[in-house]
Design a protein around this ligand. Structure first.
Ligand code: NMX
Ligand code: MLT
Length: 441
């Protein structure tokens, strides 16, 4: 049985060779052309980043090292495989896949889970920082600040200060990444306790449980098997969405300055906190509840249409719909909806039913509206209503759960960036005057 560090070390020579060959054989090959509209349009579609863990296809959605969500559900070890309750993928299994490209054995996941539990406790200074925040400070701001403060103990920053060789950077970056992932549940649970007074404020880590089994227990859902299963699935499938999304891209950019994983991931969380990105899951719930309030529990299609139009006419976006890359319903939305179909407590929930109904009505309205390139639901359309139904009703907290997850995708790429020797990211920018001058030539 390998450790995760051994498994990463094992793939590095082949990855380095692959990069060397690509550079040597295709260094000057064209991957497309840059037009002015790209520069002005958020760089949509430009192939300008290396990202190993996953690739997003506009029609079929995300694959993790070539595996779709259903493929991953078939092969990745679950809680039951570790002798725990529950049949959903463990985020530890996804982390292993994203870091190495290989499916881990049950034993490997079990050992990784135990390592994460052993490393999960918070240093006293971070507990104090979280405890000192006003309850009115948004949970995502608290999350990012606490994660940045964890860099006090960064192994990479300490090794860099001592003059570690460039070829060895990846090992302390991996160590910091594992330490950080291990501590995210305790950070998130302490924020939940401090702001909302729910869960276990003492953050006790149970060494017999997996990462998210522990998290669920810490936020007060240890006895709710449905919620624990949901959190495992949610956190496993939100982990990676290729490199160009705001949070992953930010972690990669900040990491390219050799900022350690804590600083890089803290910056990523601040991007995730924007309403067009991760905060959309908070926005969806607020919006859906306001609709429920306005039109009652059993809204007709017509009432939903009217509500959608009132949102659009007021100049707001419909949260949970559209995507910068996807042009079909998000397979993560489909996976979460399937989860709801298998659980009577969710199938019969009025808020889950409303969200499902909206997903059938909204695409027609958004098509008629004619602006968005993708009228279909993204993952955020579905993720919050399940939390709400299970009693986690404080929706300003929802993006924190997304933030636990994204680490599982963004941090593996930081490790790859370091073993591949990726340089500092520094694209060329242009002013409008310099663009005009350039285009006149
Ligand atoms: N409701 C209303 N208008 C929309 C929507 C929507 N859901 N989605 C896109 N549009 C508009 C968009 O604002 C833009 O308008 P304008 O020309 O006036 O600036 C126009 O349609 C074209 O936008 P697109 O090219 O389709 O989308 P883009 O790639 O720029 O942005 C999102 C992608 C995801 C930011 C956008 O679809 C959106 O704002 N969706 C709602 C927020 C959301 O659900 N975000 C979560 C994304 C997933 N995540 O977890 O991060
Ligand atoms: C994500 O998971 O990061 C979102 O779907 C946004 C994106 O991919 O651009």
């Amino acid at each position: 049985t390998k450790t995760l560090k051994d498994a990463v070390a094992e793939i590095i020579p082949a990855k380095q060779e692959q990069l060397k060959k690509l550079k040597a054989e295709h260094g000057e090959s064209k991957l497309g052309e840059i037009q002015l509209q790209h520069l002005l349009g958020g760089m949509r579609g430009l192939k300008v980043m290396l990202w190993e863990g996953s690739v997003l296809d506009s029609e079929t959605g995300i694959t993790f090292h070539g595996k779709s969500i259903p493929d991953s559900q078939k092969v990745l070890p679950t809680a039951a495989d570790l002798g725990l309750n529950g049949n959903e993928i463990l985020p530890e299994s996804m982390l292993w896949l994203l870091l190495t490209g290989n499916v881990p054995s049950k034993e490997e996941v079990k050992n990784l889970s135990a390592e994460l539990a052993a490393k999960g406790a918070l240093p006293a200074h971070v507990e104090k920082i979280i405890d000192s925040f006003p309850k009115t400070l948004h949970p995502m701001t608290q999350f990012a600040a606490a994660v940045a403060a964890l860099n006090h103990d960064s192994k990479f920053a300490a090794a860099y200060a001592k003059g570690i060789k460039k070829t060895e950077y990846w090992a302390p970056v991996l160590e910091d990444s594992i330490d950080l992932i291990a501590k995210l549940p305790a950070v998130a649970a302490r924020i939940y306790y401090n702001v909302f007074g729910r869960g276990d404020g003492k953050q006790a880590i149970d060494s017999s449980l997996d990462l998210i089994g522990n998290y669920s227990k810490m936020i007060g859902y240890g006895d709710n098997q449905g919620m624990t299963d949901y959190l495992r699935l949610y956190i496993a499938i939100h982990g990676d969405h290729e490199g160009g999304n705001v949070s992953a891209h930010t972690a990669h950019l900040v990491g390219s300055a050799l900022s350690d994983p804590y600083l890089s991931y803290s910056a990523a969380l601040l991007g995730l906190a924007g309403p067009l990105h991760g905060l959309a899951n908070q926005e969806v719930l607020g919006w859906a509840l306001a609709m429920q309030e306005a039109v009652g529990e059993n809204a007709s299609d017509e009432q939903i249409k009217e509500y959608l139009w009132s949102t659009l006419k007021s100049g707001r976006v419909v949260p949970g719909y559209g995507h910068a890359v996807l042009r079909q319903p998000d397979p993560r939305f489909t996976a979460l909806s399937k989860f709801c179909d298998t659980r009577p407590e969710l199938r019969d929930s009025s808020i889950v039913q409303l969200v499902q109904k909206v997903s059938q009505v909204a695409p027609g309205v958004l098509k008629e509206h004619g602006k968005t390139k993708n009228p279909f639901p993204n993952v955020d359309a579905a993720s919050g209503c399940v939390l709400y139904q299970y009693g986690l009703t404080e929706f300003t907290y929802y993006t924190v759960i997304f933030g636990i997850s994204r680490a599982i995708g963004a941090l593996p790429q930081l490790v790859a960036d370091r073993y591949l020797g990726m340089p500092i990211e520094r694209p060329k920018s242009m002013s409008m005057d310099s663009l005009e001058a350039f285009l006149k030539k």
